[in-house]
Write a protein that binds this ligand. Sequence first.
Ligand SMILES: [Zn+2]
Length: 484
Amino acid sequence: MPRKKKNTASLRLHMLSIFIGFFITLGFLYYVYPYHNFSVEAAPIYNLQIVTPREQIRNGGEVQFSINMAQYKAGEEMEVGVKYDGRKLRLDSVEGGEVGQVAWNEIPSAEGEKRFVITANPLGQTYDAEVRFALVRFTITDTTGETNSDGRGFTELCTLFNPDTVQPTDPVENPTQDPVVQPTSVPTENSDSDIPPPQGGQVVTPTYPPQPTRLPTQNFDQLCVPLNVRGSSGDKLDIVVIPAHFSPEQYDIFLQYAQAAVDDLIKTNLTDYDEEIVNKMNWYAFNNTVYNNRTLSFDEAFYDIGMNQKPCAADRFLVIEHSSPEEVEGWAFLYVGGMVTTGALQVYNPIAAHEWGHFVGGFNDEYDEGGESEELPNCTYDGGSLSSRQDPCPEDQPLCPDDQMPAENRIACPKWDCNQRECTPLEQLMYQDVGCYPRCYNSDGFRPRPKSIMDTQTIGAPDNFVFHGPALVHLIQEVFANYR
Ligand SMILES: [Zn+2]
């Protein structure tokens, strides 16, 4: 997720960031795949999306989640578990979505944590596109006060889990044991990368103690392990990957995740722009075993080291937070730095590459975040001749073939229309299939393509791992223009 370029936020921004943190964690980046892979033999894949507009999310108010289902084959069982923080949410209702009626049952839980399982009768119909399985309504009743000065602390309000993995336990007899997520298998959709298996069954609850430390002067070569170094720091955009919640003993595991984050870009069309973009970057891994040989908290890794110390000559940084597999999260500050969880690196969707689009490209999300108006490289507020505000490719419809887009949406917004303004040769080339589609960062914005990597990354859409023409132009002509 997007936003401020500095962490020196006003009180107003501070409050805003609480809600942003909330939204991001639970929003579209908070996909949770309950340990199924993507093969056709698998059960349906579920993910969780927040429905309530961000600006309406407040303590005491209502919050709605949509549980969506993809890759459903006729006759398959439908069953998904929902876990939420009973100290922060009160369950109001569970309704069936496009699949019809659902039933739900609470199951015994550890203290504070609440769980229920939603089931529905198998359908005679196959769904290729993503459909809503259920709508869950909560009231936010948070009296924990669990936020820090950065507004984080709403993580894991509500997640999905695979009911098959539940070990029934008596929460009274075992009050300290977490009976919920005991993954028996690992997502295998990215088995061709070197992602190590997650720590079996370990549920990592991140804490954010305010304990800033100063980076001691250290030898560059010791502190900065090269991941992908292509030339002198003076010529390249240098990116450092920083571990959070990895112990010194887990440094090798961190390095594999760091490499996976770099390799996330290979899932996108940036592979067609090696000379213009990819080869102009150096990637380093920050070495906490040399730095102080202990586990870095998230705040140390992100704010103290990434934002303030800028080790490894870094122009940008990415924090990888060691998490449980079901914590799928990523967010970023534009042109500054970002974070992904190891859970995010275990799903097929290139979330690290999406965040790269924020912290390197300066792009905003192309879905409706409800944010304030802001003209950004990938969004515009001038829809030109467009008369309809109907989005022909809404977020909940992953498959949006070009030939089914209305003609008027295929005319570029004025910002990208070389008939209406002067274009560079690169723009002429890159804007060829650019159109104008309502919804970009907020409901007033327009995006240039029906789908892109900065839009929802729902499975199945042909464009959704793609940096579109306007994004590439910005990267090549602006961001990377002065690197070699
Ligand atoms: Zn984003």
